[in-house]
Design a binder for this molecule. Structure first.
Ligand SMILES: *[C@@H]1O[C@H](CO)[C@@H](O)[C@H](O)[C@H]1NC(C)=O
Ligand SMILES: *[C@@H]1O[C@H](CO)[C@@H](O)[C@H](O)[C@H]1NC(C)=O
Ligand SMILES: *[C@@H]1O[C@H](CO)[C@@H](O)[C@H](O)[C@H]1NC(C)=O
Ligand SMILES: *[C@@H]1O[C@H](CO)[C@@H](O)[C@H](O)[C@H]1NC(C)=O
Ligand SMILES: *[C@@H]1O[C@H](CO)[C@@H](O)[C@H](O)[C@H]1NC(C)=O
Ligand SMILES: *[C@@H]1O[C@H](CO)[C@@H](O)[C@H](O)[C@H]1NC(C)=O
Ligand SMILES: *[C@@H]1O[C@H](CO)[C@@H](O)[C@H](O)[C@H]1NC(C)=O
Ligand SMILES: *[C@@H]1O[C@H](CO)[C@@H](O)[C@H](O)[C@H]1NC(C)=O
Ligand SMILES: *[C@@H]1O[C@H](CO)[C@@H](O)[C@H](O)[C@H]1NC(C)=O
Ligand SMILES: *[C@@H]1O[C@H](CO)[C@@H](O)[C@H](O)[C@H]1NC(C)=O
Ligand SMILES: *[C@@H]1O[C@H](CO)[C@@H](O)[C@H](O)[C@H]1NC(C)=O
Ligand SMILES: *[C@@H]1O[C@H](CO)[C@@H](O)[C@H](O)[C@H]1NC(C)=O
Length: 503
């Protein structure tokens, strides 16, 4: 199943990154002689060993070792979706690191991307401690949806068993969010902890596209890209909103024009798979919109197009609130609006998304050559779409599609796609899967069939160059819409600010 591939790939990618560096650690609480194997040091060693064994079976636990003045209390928590072995690796790395960094201290805590570890000579079980780390992304968003999603998780997580952990990968928006508490808390104190840190985020960080608060007793995290394994197929959505807002004085009219544009796109684009429209407004200026559905008639009944447009219509207005331009790309459709003329103008701000896995240079060459042929076929197609399947010497198969929005002239379509190929050639060299997404055209390559295989297909035999794209209809099925997203998700947003909150 594709989703298991996705889970595996993602955990590994993240875990490797996480294992290398702790996010933060802190040592306090007075000192003891760490060379003495008895006393508090002995209790601590015993505690570490208990926690390390427990972490294979559970993603959160607390335990004690020793007695009286030498007692040591400790706990760990792994992100709720981690496998037992990944949790244990994270905890073991944390133990080794804290044992070294906090050597001789009676109290210590440490965070990694996916686990935290904490110990003390004092029994802290059941007490909520907010001291921790806040991290935010540099990108911003005006959407309140992440907050809404997180608010729901904050209500759910405390009542989950055995882990107080809840997650949501929203299909509608690019939102991935988790909330989780350490095992020593009661559901009530867990709820209190999560509510408090979410309230705190409200005072600083909700306009950021990606934020987390890692406290010693609970944590919340939201990103616009996946950072935990998604249990079922989740569509990956990408968006781009302009930096500039509609002038405040015109906002009401502009927003109502925007709603009119997306409503018109929704009701019209599904019949032919493309629609462009202009709302003329003398006072505030014209507003332009277009929508394009994925061209893959067999795999994509118009209901998928209709459904995608429906979700996108609501989402784009929310995601790009107040913005003069917006684009959202889904697996099945693209929606775009702007206060500037966009028709038959090539959007030059296309972006690439490359898989983390690699292919041989032979396969990469075949793919790029094949993609060039698919581009030519798309330019020659009335719907400005083509697909192709290419097989290299080592029997690796590449699946490629190219598509332009139908407002483009053939000349501009070729320009847009040609630029795309040049950019992915540079940016995604020898990657096993990539996408180029612009507001005017899209190219996508995967090592598995993500569109309906069509007959006749054009292949590049035995590693020779040449060949071309094929278009056509075929039977439905083909696995077309399965987890298209394995390849584009390995983008971990850079974190720009780390701020410590005193307890
Ligand atoms: C470590 O934690 C203590 C108590 O929570 C806090 O007072 C102190 O400022 C922290 N030290 C650093 C370097 O963050
Ligand atoms: C912790 O450090 C002490 C002294 O440096 C060492 O003896 C002990 O084996 C370490 N324990 C773990 C679990 O790494
Ligand atoms: C949109 O603009 C209005 C008026 O300037 C402002 O009150 C509102 O907070 C803005 N909304 C967002 C989500 O930025
Ligand atoms: C995730 O969030 C979305 C958007 O708020 C909501 O519609 C959906 O029900 C949530 N899913 C889960 C499993 O909580
Ligand atoms: C974990 O913490 C709870 C209270 O918060 C406590 O009742 C329980 O005994 C602790 N577990 C262990 C193994 O110490
Ligand atoms: C297109 O969408 C509109 C509105 O959602 C719907 O009424 C219409 O039946 C759809 N047409 C097709 C061909 O699916
Ligand atoms: C689009 O809106 C921005 C911000 O209000 C404005 O500067 C720009 O002139 C507008 N463009 C057009 C073509 O109206
Ligand atoms: C190409 O890769 C560079 C470096 O990773 C990145 O900064 C740039 O935005 C990428 N270009 C596109 C078009 O995605
Ligand atoms: C495809 O390429 C990979 C690495 O480049 C190679 O390991 C594999 O054997 C090739 N063949 C197939 C059928 O995947
Ligand atoms: C792939 O193409 C590059 C540049 O065109 C070339 O240097 C390389 O030898 C080719 N590799 C294979 C395996 O054909
Ligand atoms: C749609 O786009 C074409 C350019 O491709 C343009 O000529 C036409 O006016 C647009 N239609 C509307 C309704 O804006
Ligand atoms: C263009 O592609 C579509 C979808 O693959 C196909 O149905 C159509 O026949 C093609 N048109 C031409 C002129 O090649």
């Amino acid at each position: 199943m594709r989703s298991s591939v996705l889970i595996f790939f993602f955990c590994v990618a993240l875990y490797t990154a996480a294992a290398q560096q702790s996010l933060y650690h802190n040592c306090t609480g007075g000192t003891f002689d760490s060379a003495d194997s008895g006393g508090f040091g002995g209790s601590l060693s015993a505690l570490f060993s208990k926690l390390s064994s427990a972490s294979l079976a559970s993603n959160a636990a607390n335990d004690t070792a020793g007695a009286g003045t030498d007692a040591a209390y400790g706990l760990y928590m792994c992100q709720g979706d981690l496998s037992g072995s990944d949790c244990q690796s994270c905890v073991q790395v944390a133990i080794a690191k804290i044992n070294q960094s906090c050597a001789g201290y009676r109290r210590g805590f440490i965070w990694y991307d996916q686990c935290l570890l904490r110990y003390s000579k004092v029994d802290f079980f059941g007490q909520v401690d907010f001291a921790g780390v806040i991290m935010v992304n540099s990108e911003t968003t005006s959407s309140m949806e992440p907050y809404e999603v997180m608010s729901a998780l904050v209500e759910e997580a405390p009542f989950r068993q055995p882990l107080m952990f809840a997650s949501n990968a929203s299909d509608l928006y690019p939102i991935f969010a988790i909330a989780q508490c350490t095992s020593d808390l009661t559901p009530d104190s867990c709820h209190g902890c999560l509510t408090s840190i979410l309230n705190f985020m409200q005072t600083c960080c909700l306009h950021k596209r990606g934020w987390r608060y890692l406290s010693q007793s609970c944590w919340i995290r939201y990103e616009a890209t996946p950072f935990f394994s998604v249990p079922s197929k989740t569509e990956i959505i990408r968006s781009r909103c302009s930096a500039d807002d509609f002038p405040a004085a015109l906002l009401a009219s502009e927003q109502s024009n925007l709603l009119a544009v997306v409503a018109e796109l929704e009701s019209n684009a599904n019949s032919s798979g493309f629609y462009n429209t202009t709302i003329r407004d003398q006072r505030v200026g014209d507003l332009f919109g277009l929508a394009l559905c994925r061209e893959d008639p067999a795999a994509l009944p118009s209901s998928a197009c209709t459904g995608c447009l429906h979700r996108g219509r609501t989402a784009i207005a929310n995601e790009c609130t107040n913005k003069t331009q917006g684009i959202m790309w889904y697996d099945d459709c693209l929606l775009r609006y702007s206060n500037q003329t966009i028709f038959n103008v090539v959007d030059s701000e296309g972006r690439t998304f490359c898989s983390g896995e690699s292919v041989s240079s032979d396969t990469a060459n075949i793919t790029i050559t094949g993609a060039g042929a698919v581009v030519e076929a798309a330019v020659g197609n009335a719907s400005l779409f083509a697909s192709g399947i290419f097989t290299s010497r080592n029997a690796n198969t590449s699946y490629v599609t190219a598509q332009c929005t139908r407002d483009l002239s053939r000349h501009n379509c070729r320009r847009c796609l040609g630029d795309g190929i040049r950019i992915v050639t540079d940016n995604c060299t020898q990657r096993r899967g990539w996408q180029f997404l612009s507001g005017s055209c899209m190219i996508r390559y995967e090592a598995y069939p993500f569109f309906t295989e069509m007959a006749p297909t054009t292949t590049v035999p035995r590693g020779g160059p040449g060949g071309g794209g094929g278009g056509g209809n075929s039977s439905p099925g083909g696995g077309g819409r399965r987890s298209s997203n394995v390849k584009v998700i390995a983008i971990i947003l850079p974190i720009v600010a780390v701020l410590f909150l005193g307890s």
